[in-house]
Design a protein around this ligand. Structure first.
Ligand code: FUB
Ligand code: ZN
Length: 648
């Protein structure tokens, strides 16, 4: 790098002496324990099935052995693909959340044995990437993926992406156990990056080909206080769109630089483009950065990109990335149904991004998107039993054609490229961490799930007990118990679905958007507080055992798409509360695709305890039965559709 360039870049990075801003803080996962209901059952499934299953798959596929071989503990060859280390780190992250939910000495011990392998595989200077360490002397076929030297073909190699997941796992593990064995591996690697990559003379100028490291470095900074991690993340963000100034990417998808969000510097980006997981991990990292330093140019880019993604490029599930080629965002309103790509990882990335946007702003619209993805786009990615997955998530299926990376039209236990199952494994057990947020002395209740939580409000402990049968019923009871009687506001989110707005923007709208009644009782007495900006704010002196009861009417609603979405013209979808429904052939005499729905067709919810883990089906007079979209493809291949022809 020329002296001139390094000076310009250093000054670009150091203009960021911005004032600190006050954002919302999530309530640590350790302080929120699910107790009963929908999410409690899913967390139990994660603990008892998903995590053990994912660990087993990593073992069987050679992913653990790669660390043992790289560390000289075992003889053998590298097995798998260059991004496989990341799956192991993601599952360890998920297992650490499981430990945070409920300590399990066996799992703790098992993780320690894996961490020993990671430490062995790490090279003396901190570098960690099993494929290169094992194939040190190999040239030829490995060159194109790993590049001739460290970080030379970053997008192909995933060297930085992999260690990003290591950092996230390390922080989660440290929070779970208080032990630094994994954190030490992570910081040794991050210290190596800080030394090797950056704008100073003699350093490599490279950025992650697959974003993730940016957000992970900020998380590691928060856990360790080491400012250099934040600075390196800032460097990575600042260098995007300056590929002429650094190591070239390998354009394997021939989609050009926008595949990597590398078309122009981030501050000039205005649209959600390229690989959907990469893109949203970048946007999430910039939102993280905004929580440390208020940079208006970042906010402007982020807000505009968010509107582009949410108002024009999002499926009704909250899933994104319509296009298979490049696993990418397509053009505005191009959202096909049968060949929707909608990678499960992209749904997870959308939640992570929206949650950080929420923490920055306190705007409930981001939690509306989050909740939509949570119950639909995300949850559809894992089977009800917790051991089968979708990588690709279509909106309709004829029950025959292959649409995914797995077997035709059914879920798979694992994939060669296993980013989705490992991502589900880390996200699912982290869910309780998204239920609450606190800003100074104000408590925000954002999601509804049976749980006991302890929050710190102005330095004093407040216990909240939530009881609910959400998402099947719209009634939520919250018992508030501060240590001592104290005055503070509790803001309860009233979801968009309850106030007649399907989604922020006008991509999807209810055919009858009338507001439904929301009732609030405090200690049995009606509260006059109304929803403002998505929250009812209950500001009073709370004392031990005070009870808030929120009841939201949950009618079955028909949804139509913005007319620009060609694939949905003349079609309707059905929702109730946060849950999107679909028809599956199993419940409708083998038919789903040809079903029609009348404008006034009435559906009645019916709870079926025996079916697919227990759920509300919707039944109409003419015997059409709908199930939640998330629960499809759990009974073998069959027809399925979300969008129905609207009959007259
Ligand atoms: O490249 C790593 C992961 O594999 C990406 O996030 C997924 O989209 C898949 O390509
Ligand atoms: Zn994936």
């Amino acid at each position: 790098m020329t002296k001139y360039f390094s000076t310009v870049l250093l000054s670009f990075l150091s203009i960021s002496i911005f004032a600190q801003t006050t954002q919302l803080k999530p309530v640590p996962l350790k302080n929120v324990k699910t107790t009963t209901g929908f999410w409690h059952e899913r967390l139990e499934t994660a603990r008892n099935t998903t995590i053990p299953h994912a660990l087993h798959q990593c073992e069987e596929s050679g992913r653990f052995d790669n660390f043992a071989v790289a560390g000289g503990l075992k003889k053998g060859k590298f097995r798998g693909a260059r991004f496989d280390d990341s799956d192991v780190f993601k599952v360890v992250e998920g297992a650490s959340y499981v430990l945070q939910n409920k300590y399990d000495p066996k799992l703790d011990h098992y993780l320690d044995s894996l961490i020993t392998l990671f430490a062995a595989a790490q090279e003396p200077d901190g570098y960690l990437y099993t494929i290169r360490t094992i194939n040190k002397d190999t040239t030829g076929s490995y060159d194109w993926i790993a590049g001739p030297y460290r970080y030379s073909f970053e997008n192909g190699s995933h060297e930085l992406y992999n260690v990003g997941h290591l950092y996230e796992a390390a922080v989660a593990h440290y929070q779970a156990t208080g032990k630094k064995n994994l954190l030490n591996v992570a910081t040794k690697n991050a210290d190596h990056l800080v030394k090797t990559i950056g704008p100073k003379p003699g350093q490599l100028v490279v950025v992650p080909g697959h974003e993730e490291t940016e957000t992970a470095l900020i998380r590691l900074y928060h856990a360790t206080g080491k400012k250099e991690y934040l600075e390196l993340s800032k460097f990575f963000i600042a260098m995007r769109g300056r590929s002429d100034k650094r190591t070239l990417f390998l354009d394997e998808h021939k989609l050009g630089p926008s595949y990597f969000q590398d078309q122009v510097p981030f501050v000039r980006q205005r649209e959600a483009v390229g690989h959907a997981v990469r893109a949203q991990y970048l946007y999430a990292a910039v939102a993280d950065m905004l929580m440390v330093e208020n940079e208006p140019a970042y906010s402007k880019a982020l807000d505009t990109i968010w509107e582009d993604a949410t108002f024009k490029k999002q499926y009704i599930t909250g899933g994104v990335g319509a296009r298979e080629d490049g696993e990418a965002f397509d053009k505005a309103y191009v959202l096909p149904n049968d060949n929707a790509y909608q990678e499960t990882c992209a749904a997870i990335a959308n939640m992570l991004w929206n949650h950080k946007m929420y923490l920055n702003s306190g705007d409930s619209k981001y939690m509306d998107v989050f909740e939509r993805v949570l119950y639909n786009g995300f949850l559809g990615g894992i089977s009800v039993k917790g051991n089968e997955f979708f990588y690709v998530n279509p909106m309709s299926s004829n029950g025959k054609n292959d649409f995914g990376k797995g077997t035709a039209a059914i879920r798979s236990e694992w994939f060669g490229t296993a980013c989705c199952p490992s991502n589900v494994s880390r996200f699912l057990p982290s869910m309780p961490g998204y239920i609450y947020a606190v800003k100074n002395n104000e408590v925000f209740v954002n999601l509804f799930a049976g749980n006991d939580a302890t929050l710190s409000v102005n330095g004093a402990a407040v216990k909240l007990v939530q009881e609910t049968n959400y998402p099947w019923e719209g009634k939520v009871k919250i018992t508030v118990s501060p240590e001592k009687a104290a005055a503070f506001p509790i803001s309860v989110r009233i979801p968009g679905w309850a106030t007649g707005q399907a989604i922020p923007g006008n991509l999807y709208t209810y055919t009858s958007p009338a507001k439904q009644p929301v009732s609030i009782l405090i200690n049995g007495k009606k509260s006059e507080a109304a929803a403002v900006n998505g929250y009812v704010r209950l500001d009073r002196t709370w004392k031990k055992g005070d009870v808030i009861e929120v009841t939201m009417d949950m009618p079955v609603r028909q949804v139509v798409s913005n007319e620009n979405i060609k694939s949905n013209q003349g079609k309707v979808a059905i929702e109730r509360g946060p849950v999107l429904y679909c028809a599956e052939g199993h419940d409708n005499n083998g038919k789903a695709l040809s079903l029609q729905i009348k404008p006034d067709q009435a559906f009645t919810p019916e709870f079926r305890e025996d079916m697919l883990g227990g759920l509300n089906v919707l039944k109409s007079q003419d015997n059409v039965t709908l199930i939640p979209y998330y629960a499809w493809a759990n009974r073998g291949a069959n027809e399925m559709t979300v969008w129905f022809t609207a009959s007259k």
